[in-house]
Design a protein around this ligand. Structure first.
Ligand SMILES: Cc1cc2nc3c(=O)[nH]c(=O)nc-3n(C[C@H](O)[C@H](O)[C@H](O)COP(=O)(O)O)c2cc1C
Length: 177
């Protein structure tokens, strides 16, 4: 299965990005081919409707989301919502990229759980005709700490991620075109 992960932070080594890198490794161990797109390393211009955009990062993002069987979106919790850079990236995408695909949402919050950015992400997914995975991943508070090797410090976080990814992958396999 081809999985594309979009890391929606504009901060180097953000915890939401560490989470994406860890998920990429776990998915590869599960036999997936993974494309990880980090918005910090591949910044996109501000979306402007009806303006043809030849930016190579935008073209690359469009291609890897279109080719994916399943997509993971990860965001830091900014004021109870998704980051501006992730929303900007999603504005370049639409039905052509998401229709009928399973999408897993993930967030990193200062507080314990980031329900509100996850539900906001799921609203965007519904509007681009993606299928929201009923499982989601929220890392918050001390549960968003990673070791220098990029592993979640807490065993419970690892277990949660493993369970959500297994569920996500089963759905991707069921719905893959
Ligand atoms: C602009 C801004 C707004 C934030 N708003 C919230 C918030 O509403 N709720 C919360 O729990 N944490 C909030 N935080 C804290 C971040 O969600 C938290 O530090 C998170 O782990 C950042 O993710 P990152 O490591 O991927 O950058 C905010 C941080 C920033 C910079």
């Amino acid at each position: 299965m081809k999985i594309t992960i979009i890391a929606g932070s504009n901060r180097e080594n953000a915890t939401s990005t560490m989470l994406c890198r860890y998920m990429a490794r776990v998915l590869e161990e599960m036999g997936c081919s993974v494309n990880l797109f980090e918005l910090y390393h591949h910044p996109l211009p501000l979306y402007a409707p009806k303006v043809e955009c030849a930016d190579p990062n935008v073209r690359h993002l469009e291609r890897i989301v279109k080719e994916a069987d399943g997509v993971i979106l990860a965001t830091p919790d900014y004021h109870g919502s998704l980051s501006g850079v992730l929303k900007n990236a999603l504005d370049y995408l639409g039905f052509d990229h998401f229709d009928g695909k399973i999408v897993l949402s993930a967030s990193s919050s200062g507080g314990a759980v980031g329900v509100s950015p996850l539900t906001h992400l799921q609203t965007v997914v519904r509007n681009v005709h993606g299928i929201n995975c009923p499982e989601w991943i929220s890392i918050g508070g001390e549960f968003r700490r990673f070791t220098p090797e990029g592993e979640p410090e807490h065993e419970k976080t690892k277990e949660r991620i493993a369970r959500a990814l297994q569920y996500f992958l089963r759905m991707v396999q069921t719905f893959a075109k």
